[in-house]
Each structure stands twice: as structure tokens, then as C-alpha cells.
Write a protein that binds this ligand. Structure first.
Ligand code: MV4
Length: 505
């Protein structure tokens, strides 16, 4: 198989830049694609060459397969790296690349087919001996049959869309009275999100942890795992903080989950970088949830503790090189990643696009900032508002938390609102520091993490400011000639504490 000499990166933002960085180190030329909204984006400036692919909406640019293929041919690229999202898990696109003689840097289309549809993936995993969450392996054809099944397994249950994962078309149901309306809601949401209204049923797991295993395979069936990532800090099925090792895994559980993840990957003849997601329940039983057939956002934490470059490994695997490793490297130290978003936590995390007028990026020992922005850049409102992933390494978890806090305190973004304060609050929260936070953590601690004012503290602050103002006025009254109206400094004789209350309320 020939070496890859020129890669078209079919993505934007930080991940496009991440992929190009490794390409450069390997002496591989890079081609960016960009939409109308990304003319001045950093990934365009980072690439050796850039090709326009259409209007701002990704449906009309980054997702148009033929435009991406045409761009690759026009540039003379021999391979396409899809990043994450967009076309990265689209089996039809993989086949189209192959038909055009382009190397797709990722798994084969057949592996995507085996894992893309959730009920099929569950059936495949059961056949391979991988534990899945108890439930059905077929979509349920009617609400009557669904009810009958739930009578058998008991409440609570989770209705899930067969067409895709990520929490869309998902409904928890606790009582038969709610079943029919939840069933309808799940079906219509599933149809909306995936164009497929098929829904299946799982037993509901209480307060599970989300732990995922990174796997890697070459084209010759050599498959290993690269340990886990703890991803339980999520809100609305968006990961916010990821870390490795997971504070809840023992070496035994890690080995067991790693072995099962390798079994899952082998069962679908996986090639390249993939992730097997598990839910871990309170008894530390683990169940297959889904497999992500792509390089994931949070891959840097795995790179930190293994010392590997996952993008370089993807490229070598695509070139047909044999995997150098025969087993999981023992993870070294601890790594944490936080996702920096252009969003306003105090306004229900509404995206906050706009111009970055000032930017200071953290640095120093063992700090990595995977960013897609620069000072003067305008964050567009048509794409995901994640502007950077900040990741750190330290010998221990405690030190990694301290280092993340230190790095976050160096981060200054002006002109737009970010979630940086929210991230600091998560890392300072006793439940996070304790290390046993489950997937309900961010929802349960919503108010505490937003720094919703403690009424007692704000009353104290008010009192302090009143006393301060009063003392200042007293001092001025002694040193300066009296202002008109006498005491109170020209405020019509209104006492300072009343003034303070007026301005506050
Ligand atoms: C579950 C579950 C409890 N029981 N399935 C959410 C996203 C999707 N990937 C699967 N999800 C869940 N599936 C059963 N049978 C709880 C969740 C869940 C969750 C999972 C991972 C991370 C965050 C979460 C937040 C709420 C619910």
C-alpha cells in the first residue's frame, strides 16, 4: 500500500487543526475545506491549501459528499480525514471515497454499518458475548407490544431511538400512566433526528457512570485497547469534562472492560481508532452502550497518559502499517480535559457567538490547548460553539485538578461569553474532587455550579458595602467642605444603606 502524501481534512475548527498538526510532523501536505462562514477561519490558515465548498449551513457545504470528493480530487489529495461529526461516521461516504480511489482515514464502511444502528449493534454485541443493557434487540412494532414487554421487565425503563445514539429520542418512563405519551414523544423525536421512528426498550439504570474504552486496530486484525476515559460530567448529553484514568475503575475492572471492548471491535472487524461506550452501574456492572466509529473529541487525555499520537496511528493504519503495540500501555499519571464553549451558562447555556476582542491562552508545563480561534476572530453562529479543548497532564489526579484550575485561571477571552467560570466551578465541586460523580452530577448540582447567589452571602456583601460607603462619606465630610444638602453627600439626605438598596433592587 502506498504512503499517504496529501490529506484533505473534511472538517473545521480545532479538530481540523489537530489533524493537520500531525500531518505536518509526518511530512504530509494538508488541504482544508471551508464554507462561506469560515473564509477567515484558523483551519484555513493552517492548511497548505484550502478549497471553498459552499454556503455556511453544513448541510450545504461540509456535509455535501460530492463537494468534498471534488475538492480532494482538485487538490490531488490521496486521503481524507473526516475528524469527528460531519461525515465521520457515514458509511456511504466511506464507500464513495473508495470508489474514487481515495483512502478514508477511519474504519471500513462495514464496521460503521454494524454499529450505526443501535438495535443491530446490540444484537451483534450479544452474539459476540459483550454484555449489553438488558432490553430488546429489535425495535418494538406497536405500543401494545411495548407495554407487554414492560410488564415483563418492570419500571423504570428507557425508550431509545434505534436510528442513532447521543440521547436523542430517549425517554425515561416510570409508570404505565405515562407510557403511551412517552412512547409517542420518543418516536416523533427519533423520526426528527434520524429519519427513522423505530424505538426499542432498555431497563433504566440508576445514576450510571459513562466510561468509554479507546480501542485501536490495524488492517490485520491486531486489536488493542488504550484504557478508559471517564465522561460522566455531561449536560444534555454533551460532555463537558473528561478524564483518565477513571477514578472509579480498579485495575481489574479496567482490564475486564478493555478485554470486552477489544472483543466488540474484533466482532465488527474494526480498523483504526474507535471508542466503545459503557454504562457502569452502582454495583460496578458494565454494559455496552454504543460504539463511536471515529476519533473522539476527548482523545487528548488518552494521548497524555499513553504518550501516543492517535492521529499518527490512524494515518499509519490507513497506510496499511502493522500495529506496533501488542497490548494496552500502562497509563502514566492523570489527564483532564475541559471543553471551552462560546456560551452563556447564566442564560441557559445559550451560544454566545461574536468577535473575540482579546485572547490569552494558557500555557506552561503539561498544558495543551487545542483551539480553533485567535484574537480578532468572529465565532460564527452556524456551527458548534466549542472554541477550545484545554487538557493537562500531572502525576496524580489531585495535581491534575490543580493544574487545570491554574490553566483555566490563565484563560482570558474577551468580546464573547464563555463557560470558563462554570468549568472552574465543576473542578472545585466536592463531588468532582471526591471523584465519584455519576451522569446526574451536572444536572443535580446545576444551581451550585452556576454560582447562584446564596441569599445570606449577598446580604452580607450588601451590608459590607453600606458600611464602607458610610465610612468613606464620614471621612470626606471631615476633610472636605460640606456639599449642598449637608450630610449624605448631596443625595437629598437619603441614608447610604437606603441608597445601596435602591441601586441593588
Ligand atoms: C441510559 C441511561 C440509563 N439507563 N440507558 C444518555 C446518552 C446515551 N448515550 C445513553 N444515555 C443514557 N442511557 C439506560 N438503560 C442513562 C443515560 C444517561 C446518560 C448517559 C451517559 C452520560 C450522561 C447521561 C445523562 C443522562 C442519562
Amino acid at each position: 500500500m502506498p504512503k499517504i502524501r496529501k490529506v484533505l481534512v473534511a472538517n473545521r475548527g480545532e479538530i481540523a487543526i489537530r489533524v493537520m498538526r500531525t500531518c505536518k510532523e509526518l511530512g504530509i501536505a494538508t488541504v482544508a475545506v471551508y464554507s462561506e462562514a469560515d473564509r477567515s477561519a484558523l483551519h484555513v490558515r493552517t492548511a497548505d491549501q484550502a478549497i471553498f465548498v459552499g454556503p455556511p449551513p453544513s448541510r450545504e457545504s461540509y456535509l455535501v459528499q460530492q463537494r468534498i470528493l471534488d475538492a480532494a480530487k482538485q487538490a490531488g489529495a490521496d486521503a481524507i480525514h473526516p475528524g469527528y461529526g460531519f461525515l465521520s461516521e457515514n458509511a456511504a461516504f466511506v464507500r464513495a471515497c473508495e470508489a474514487e480511489g481515495l483512502t478514508f482515514i477511519g474504519p471500513p464502511a462495514s464496521a460503521m454499518d454494524s454499529m450505526g444502528e443501535k438495535t443491530r449493534a446490540r444484537a451483534n454485541m450479544i452474539k459476540a458475548g459483550v454484555p449489553v443493557v438488558p432490553g430488546t434487540t429489535e425495535p418494538i412494532p406497536s405500543v401494545e407490544e411495548a407495554r407487554a414487554y414492560v410488564e415483563k421487565i418492570g419500571f423504570p425503563v428507557m425508550l431509545k431511538a434505534a436510528g442513532g445514539g447521543g440521547g436523542k429520542g430517549m425517554r425515561k418512563v416510570e409508570r404505565m400512566e405515562d407510557f403511551e405519551s412517552s412512547w409517542r414523544a420518543a418516536k416523533s423525536e427519533a423520526l426528527n433526528a434520524f429519519g427513522n421512528d423505530a424505538v426499542y426498550i432498555e431497563k433504566y439504570l440508576e445514576k450510571p457512570h459513562h466510561v468509554e474504552i479507546q480501542v485501536f486496530a490495524d488492517q490485520y486484525g491486531n486489536t488493542i485497547h488504550l484504557n478508559e476515559r471517564e465522561c460522566s460530567a455531561q449536560r444534555r448529553h454533551q460532555k463537558v469534562v473528561e478524564e483518565t484514568p477513571s477514578p472509579i475503575l480498579t485495575p481489574e475492572l479496567r482490564a475486564k472492560m478493555g478485554e470486552v471492548a477489544v472483543k466488540a471491535a474484533k466482532a465488527v472487524n474494526y480498523v483504526g481508532a474507535g471508542t466503545v461506550e459503557f454504562l457502569v452501574d452502582v454495583h460496578r456492572n458494565f454494559y455496552f452502550l454504543e460504539m463511536n466509529t471515529r476519533l473522539q473529541v476527548e482523545h487528548p487525555v488518552t494521548e497524555w497518559v499513553t504518550g501516543l499520537d492517535l492521529v499518527a496511528m490512524q494515518i499509519r493504519a490507513a497506510e496499511g502499517e502493522k500495529l506496533g503495540l501488542t497490548e494496552a500501555p500502562t497509563p502514566r499519571g492523570h489527564s483532564i480535559e475541559v471543553r471551552v464553549y462560546a456560551e452563556d451558562p447564566s442564560r441557559n447555556f445559550m451560544p454566545s457567538p461574536g468577535k473575540i476582542t482579546y485572547l490569552r491562552v494558557p500555557g506552561g508545563p503539561n498544558v495543551r490547548d487545542d483551539s480553533g480561534v485567535f484574537p480578532g476572530y468572529t465565532v460564527p453562529n452556524v456551527y458548534d460553539p466549542m472554541i477550545s479543548k484545554l487538557s493537562v497532564w500531572a502525576p496524580t489526579r489531585r495535581e491534575a485538578i490543580a493544574r487545570t484550575q491554574r490553566a483555566l485561571s490563565e484563560y482570558v477571552v474577551k468580546g464573547i461569553t464563555t463557560n470558563i467560570r462554570y468549568l472552574k466551578a465543576i473542578l472545585a465541586h466536592p463531588e468532582f474532587i471526591e471523584g465519584d460523580y455519576d451522569t446526574s452530577f451536572l444536572t443535580r448540582q446545576h444551581d451550585a455550579l452556576l454560582g447562584v447567589e446564596d441569599p445570606k452571602l449577598s446580604e452580607m456583601a450588601l451590608l459590607a458595602s453600606v458600611v464602607h460607603t458610610y465610612q468613606k462619606d464620614q471621612k470626606r465630610a471631615k476633610t472636605l467642605p460640606a456639599a449642598s444638602g449637608g450630610q449624605g453627600g448631596g443625595n437629598g439626605g437619603v441614608s447610604p444603606w437606603k441608597q445601596a438598596l435602591r441601586t441593588r433592587r
